[in-house]
Design a protein around this ligand. Structure first.
Ligand SMILES: Cc1cc2nc3c(=O)[nH]c(=O)nc-3n(C[C@H](O)[C@H](O)[C@H](O)COP(=O)(O)OP(=O)(O)OC[C@H]3O[C@@H](n4cnc5c(N)ncnc54)[C@H](O)[C@@H]3O)c2cc1C
Ligand code: SF4
Length: 503
């Protein structure tokens, strides 16, 4: 157990840490408290099971976020201070992965955009992976999840910037739509990624996890599980760290819901390695952005964090969506220093942003090394995805000019703004080092895929790990392929299907 105390990315103890005493045993133990964990906890608690959730991150609610500066949020409520580094293979841009790490998981700090997975993708799961039950039940799962988290259209909450870009999409004849989010009563403060002060965002704290707690489930925070124990085929307990001390907790069933990176890492660290697919087949939806500078004031931060999207290129695996982070976080990301940064900051009210993500065909891997107490994430972007990314960047530029932007900053470090399509094409034709691409990702999927072929998958349709009678994986790592849209609603719907099959 010596490694746990030195977990590389653990923030220092905080007086607000959970001080309650852990029980010695429970019936159902859930590791994590994000959307998947919360849905399953609600099902199990309502069925009368004695449910305990163990969450590595802190419990924070809207009374805390209002005093939060963005850096404080990133340090406490995200893994690794907000940016988990991916180790890229040859020619792969540096990619920073963002993962929620708090009670409620990603749903507390995410953009709240809600999409169903396309029927064509679900059909592929049915036809190629034989997930017939999931393919049939997921549509009811989506409907139940949408109802519980209050999914509504953002049509009324566009910033001026989003409205201008929407006009640009119209001019180009592109198919676009107002996005749906789980934020009824949103006030358009654009602060979603550091927690919603007004509780408009229906995170797990005020939906499924609350339901579970009202039915007796208990969520202990600031509690990191470091090992799942048992024999092959049957698990019996977990060990971990809490307030600097080790703990041990027995359970009849264990449900892993630490997300697409931390779940395979925990399994591999626990010696659960009998399936080749554990940690493999990682897809991440690489994302990028373009900054648009307008002559007019567009006040992009006065509107929903994300409100409008371009559907036109979904067949190509490209999804384009408006966004605007809290100004503090945005200022830190501007592509300039010194006087140029000062000038750009003065033009902040004139700046809008569009983001783009691609449905990736590349696959990465989560690795656990014996001597290193943190996951290593490897991901090599294949040429097909690089081409898709460049096409996405070109489309983002084209959209900016159609919207009337005076200049557009493409996501390349140290490259000047471009002022028209001619300059844009020229910049894209230059040799740009992979290291100069600005790419992030927030959607790790697939590292414990659902399926029946034990060489290619990890869990069955009820979430149970192949070869185990009481170990389950229920989170985003079971989503078998890249889905090309933001995955929270799919994570919820899959958990709905698993939850219904368990009770
Ligand atoms: C900044 C950001 C923006 C996003 N925006 C959107 C969006 O707009 N729309 C959308 O659909 N999706 C979005 N996502 C993605 C979405 O939030 C995730 O896909 C979803 O939350 C994944 O759910 P999950 O249950 O798999 O795990 P998570 O939500 O990642 O939760 C896992 C939890 O487990 C905890 N944990 C991990 N390991 C351990 C351990 N060993 N012991 C104890 N606890 C542990 C973690 O601290 C974390 O709280 C966004 C994500 C981020 C980070
Ligand atoms: S835009 Fe503001 S009010 Fe709306 S959900 Fe996000 S943080 Fe909450």
């Amino acid at each position: 157990m010596s490694g746990e105390a030195h977990y590389l990315y653990a923030p220092p103890p905080d007086p607000r840490d959970d001080q309650r005493t852990l029980p010695a045993k429970c019936q159902d133990l859930i590791i994590g408290s994000g959307p998947s964990a919360s849905v399953i906890a609600a099902y199990l608690a309502k069925a009368g099971r004695n449910v305990v959730l163990l969450e590595e991150g802190p419990a924070r609610d809207n009374s805390h976020y209002k005093d939060h500066l963005a850096p404080d949020t990133f340090a406490r409520m995200y893994q690794t201070n907000g940016g988990f580094p991916i180790m890229g293979g040859p020619g792969t841009p540096p990619i920073v992965l963002q993962l929620g790490r708090c009670k409620g998981g990603g749903t507390v700090v995410n953009g709240a955009v809600c999409y169903r997975t396309d029927p064509e993708v679900v059909d592929e799961w049915r036809d190629e992976l034989h997930l017939e039950h999931l393919a049939r039940e997921i549509w009811d799962g989506f409907a139940r999840a949408e109802k519980r988290i209050g999914v509504t259209s953002m049509g009324e909450l566009h910033s001026l910037s989003a409205l201008k870009v929407r006009e640009g999409a119209k001019k180009l004849g592109w198919d676009y739509h107002d996005v749906h989010r789980n934020t009824p009563g949103c006030r358009g403060t654009s602060r979603c990624i550091s927690g919603c002060v007004s509780n408009a965002k229906q995170s797990m704290l005020i939906t499924y996890l609350k339901d579970a707690e009202e039915h007796g489930a208990v969520c202990y925070t600031d509690t990191r599980v470091t090992k799942i124990e048992g024999t092959f085929g049957k698990v019996r307990s977990v060990r971990g760290m809490r307030a600097g001390k080790t703990f041990h907790l027995q359970a009849e069933r264990i449900f892993c819901a630490g997300g697409g990176v931390m779940t395979p890492f925990l399994m591999l660290k626990s010696g659960i390695k009998h399936l080749r697919a554990i940690g493999r087949h990682l897809t991440i939806h690489p994302s990028t952005r373009a900054y648009y500078v307008f002559d007019e004031v567009v006040n992009a931060s006065q509107g929903a964090f994300q409100s409008f999207a371009v559907h036109e290129f979904r067949d190509e695996g490209i999804h384009i969506i408006s966004l605007f982070p809290p100004p503090g976080a945005f200022a830190a990301s501007l592509p300039a220093i010194g006087p140029e940064l000062r000038t750009l900051l003065q033009t902040l009210p004139h700046i809008g942003i569009m983001g783009g993500l691609i449905s990736d065909e590349s696959e990465g891997r989560v690795i656990a090394l014996p001597i290193f107490d943190a996951p290593i994430v490897r991901y090599t972007m294949q040429p097909v995805d690089k081409r898709k990314m460049l096409r996405c960047i070109r489309l983002l530029g084209e959209l900016g000019f159609a919207a009337g932007a005076r200049e557009v900053y493409l996501p390349f470090n140290w490259r000047p703004a471009v002022h028209d399509m001619h300059e844009l094409e020229h910049q894209l034709s230059e040799k740009i080092s992979p290291h100069d691409f600005e790419i992030t990702a927030q959607h790790p999927l697939g590292t414990c895929r659902m399926g029946y072929d034990e060489d290619l998958s990890v869990v069955r349709e009820d979430g149970r790990v192949h070869g185990y009678e009481n170990l389950y994986v229920i989170d985003s790592s079971v989503i078998p392929t890249s889905i090309g849209v933001n995955p929270m609603l799919t994570v919820l719907a899959v958990a709905e299907v698993i939850g219904a099959s368990l009770t």
